[in-house]
Design a protein around this ligand. Structure first.
Ligand code: CA
Length: 438
């Protein structure tokens, strides 16, 4: 969790847009993404976001002057391979971060060479940031788990294992798409409480979930658990993540083995990975409701209790088709802090996931689970905001929503802000709902 010269809030870049107050990508951030020039079929390249530009790391490796250590670390990145870099761990990551920070800082002798390696972000398209081999979705948001549990099981909202086990299920990585890709309303099987039997058709209760995505760096061999004290070393970085959910398919299918088709028709990831180094100034204590059980020893450490959480403010925004047609900006549905929502830290998720010997690989993704704040208007899903669809929310243009309608665009945004540190952001995680197949 150490900070260094790359976090200095006074540091400015020769890329002028990186110095603006509102940018998500000041020189203190330097997130990685996979891009190509828009409208081309060029191979995907790895870049680093800086202001409203992207630094092409293949060109930068060739044009810049780097130490042997940094040049070696840049080699897989120049080849378009983020996973190999992720698997190499924190030492090359720190070396590249320090080198890029110096090279992009105001007054750097590298300015002239690297200026030719910049492309405007308005002229690129981005895909998922790495090859995601496996995806696990956790359930760390205790306020979400309690509220949703009450809707599904009024007499027994939070099951007794919640305080002891980081609850999760193995999800589906093939349907994870990058921000900007549409998501099609799924067909599926659902059963109304008063119906004699289920029916098959388009989901009528399509929802979103505000989550963080944790991308794994170095993996572990099958059969060798990762101890809690080593777990941070296996985290590469963090994204925004929308776990689109069909709330009518989910309650009918989820018992006893958990979510299946209600979750696997599409998930949206933000394309820029904010590294664990960039997040160092924003680590926070694990907060748990008074009287919660203490974690078992394999999930407990002083470091994870004191600094294991991440203080990110997460927001969900909605723009309906009618709003878009009228030129109206998206409206904010909720805002919550991840560190006030999560009952488990990312390190605890890594330690638990591997505790029985399961192997992780570079690029594996953990979803945090829906991160709802303690107040009702801080909820990270419509299921919660509308009390299970019973209390529709009214939008400024008079439209109402219990669940998402076709044409709705749902946008997640996230940012870290703290006195004494430069604000950094995550960019956008957006998707528009397409109608179900006929
Ligand atoms: Ca979820």
């Amino acid at each position: 969790m150490r900070t260094d010269a790359t976090h200095d809030p006074a540091l400015q870049s020769w890329v002028a847009s990186a110095n603006g107050e509102g940018t998500d990508f000041p020189i203190q951030n330097l997130p990685f993404g996979r891009f190509r020039r828009a409208g081309t079929q060029e191979p995907w390249r790895i870049g680093v976001a800086i202001g409203d530009q992207v630094l092409d790391l293949r060109a930068a490796r060739d044009e810049g002057r780097w130490s042997a250590e940094v040049a070696a670390a840049l080699a897989p990145l120049a080849a378009g391979d983020l996973n190999t870099f992720m698997g190499a761990g924190s030492a090359p990551r720190r070396a590249v971060r320090a080198a890029l920070s110096q090279a992009l800082a105001q007054g750097s002798p590298q300015q002239q060479a690297l200026a030719s390696c910049l492309l405007p972000q308005s002229g690129i398209e981005l895909t998922v940031p790495c090859a995601i081999g496996d995806y696990t979705d956790f359930y760390t948001g205790i306020h979400h788990a309690t509220t949703v549990g009450r809707l599904f099981r009024p007499d027994n909202p939070l099951l007794p294992n919640y305080q002891w086990v980081p609850i999760g299920y193995h999800g589906r990585s093939s349907s994870i798409v990058a921000s900007g890709h549409p998501v099609r309303r799924p067909l599926g099987q659902a059963k109304a409480a008063d119906a004699p039997q289920p029916s098959f058709g388009a989901s009528q209760r399509l929802d979103y979930e505000v989550e963080l995505g944790f991308l794994i760096g170095p993996g572990n061999p099958l059969g060798q658990p990762i101890a809690i004290g080593e777990a941070e070393e296996h985290l590469f970085g963090v994204t925004l993540f929308n776990d689109w959910s069909a709330r009518d398919i989910q309650p009918w299918e989820y018992q006893p083995l958990g979510p299946f088709l209600s979750k696997n028709f599409g998930s949206t990831i933000s394309p820029w990975v904010v590294t664990m180094e960039a997040l160092a100034p924003f680590r926070a204590p694990l907060q748990r409701p008074a009287g919660s059980a203490q974690p078992l020893p394999y999930l407990d450490s002083q470091a994870t209790r004191e600094q294991g959480a991440i203080a990110v403010r997460l927001e969900a925004w909605l723009q309906t088709a009618a709003m878009r047609a009228a030129g109206e900006a998206p409206v904010r549905l909720s805002s919550a802090r991840a560190d006030e929502a999560a009952f488990w830290t990312p390190a605890q998720l890594v330690a638990h996931h591997t505790s029985g010997g399961c192997n992780l690989q570079p690029g594996d993704l953990f979803g945090s689970g829906t991160l709802s704040g303690p107040a009702p208007d801080q909820a990270g899903s419509l299921l919660e905001l509308t009390s299970g669809g019973k209390e529709a929310i009214r939008l400024p243009n008079g439209e109402t929503r219990s669940f998402l309608a076709d044409g709705d665009t749902l946008i997640l945004r996230g940012a870290c802000e703290r006195a004494g540190a430069r604000r950094i952001g995550f960019g956008e995680c957006a998707g528009t709902v397409l109608p179900a197949l006929a």
